[in-house]
Write a new protein. Sequence first.
Length: 485
Amino acid sequence: MALKLALLATLLVSATVAFPELRNPVKMTPIAKKMLEAYPIPEVPKDYDRSQSRSIGTMFRTRVDHFNPQNRDTFEFQYYSNDEYYQPGGPIFIFVGGNWPVEQYYIEHGHFHDIAYYENAWLFANEHRYYGSSLPVEDLSTPNLRFLTVEQALVDLGELIYHIRHNVVRDDNARVILLGVGYAGAIATWMRQRYPHLVDGSWVSSGQVDARFDFGQHAVEVGGLIRDHGNDECYSQIWRAFRTAEALLDAGRTETVSELFNTCSPIDEENMLDVETFFFSIKEAIQTEVLSEQNVVYTDRLCQTLNNSTESTDLQTLANWVHDHFYFLDCMPFDFESSTEIHSIVDVDAIENRILGLRQRYYQFCTEFGWFLTADSADQPFGYRITMYLFSNFCKAVYGEWLTAEVVADGVHLTNMHFGGKDPRIANVLFTNGGLDPVRDISITDADLNSISGYNSPELLAAKKQIHDYIVSWLYEPVVPIEEN
Ligand SMILES: *[C@@H]1O[C@H](CO)[C@@H](O)[C@H](O)[C@H]1NC(C)=O
Ligand SMILES: *[C@@H]1O[C@H](CO)[C@@H](O)[C@H](O)[C@H]1NC(C)=O
């Protein structure tokens, strides 16, 4: 095992997502890379130069545990500030931190930043606890992850807003507008729900506000993208390849499949966790390509490659494509142990944790959100061997035996009960969807976060104007305090 990990660590790949702190293209293990891109995270252009950033980074100190007065421990989290457009009396705009290191790009560029210019806003971006350099603990052992809950993160942000109003902007009545993407969209939504006195309105892009145990619908959406931006035959080729591999494994012909895909260890058809991880890995590779860089050309290229193949079977065709996709690997580490091992690193400085947030992110999925990308639907091309069995065992293997399927399901249920799931009953929150977002409607294919440009469709221009109009309406809505008797 150690040998295989060393191999994984040295066979590196440059990411399509840019992260702070690293000037060179980010190096990360391929397994980590593929896990990341399934969920909406803010994309930053590769040529964005952080050394030229005009934002100022500061630390904010707060309590490690907001819900236990007996615990007096404190820690610091990071935030950035950009006051270039601020005029006294102007509002506060915050780009909400999610399960990634703090990102200052969107307080210097993009539509939110442009609206700040028109409205004289002071821009901020915060880092979510446990991600990047905002760590309340020394290592990420399972007991140390106990302060990683969205409720704690909401209080962090609430206290930061109070601090910013009172001590930074020095205007206790300054209006506060949040922008949250993906998981941070849930935070922006729930901040408005829990702390309406601290947040006047939230723009939520590709928000994931509904916790879900089994997120099989995601595979259906990815299948739809393959049909829409590739073609029906491409979808069918993938469908047939998955079915063929399943049939071969069922018939005990594991060697054939292992050889075709050049797996690092032979697939053991008795070990369903390895079998499921194998199919999950192939699905993830295809999904990564389809969602790559928010650009439909990658789906087209995938489908052309499959169509151009001269192999006699779809399975061989797909295997060839997988080899090309992971050209930097000597063999395919598509087994359960490889995938759990990379999430079991407790060192906070390991790239998997500090840059990718893998262990933290999956802890949140296993305890509060679910969102597991199964293939539990007939209406998708990735076979039927990617189930909750895999993810339940993944949670247990990575965080401990206590984290059973019941615990996961309970966490998901409680999250929706506490926040309302798809029905959060809140005012002044605008939900939009950006880009190739398998979680939502995909009619707008340009990211809605970017600045208005000459290339925007009339539809997108209208959407962007609407976002601006909504934010302005929240800024000028009168506040009616409770009157004293
Ligand atoms: C597929 O073949 C066509 C025609 O030969 C060629 O133009 C295209 O570049 C090929 N596409 C890929 C992705 O190999
Ligand atoms: C697939 O390839 C064939 C033969 O190369 C070509 O005629 C056909 O147009 C291609 N189909 C698509 C959808 O690209």
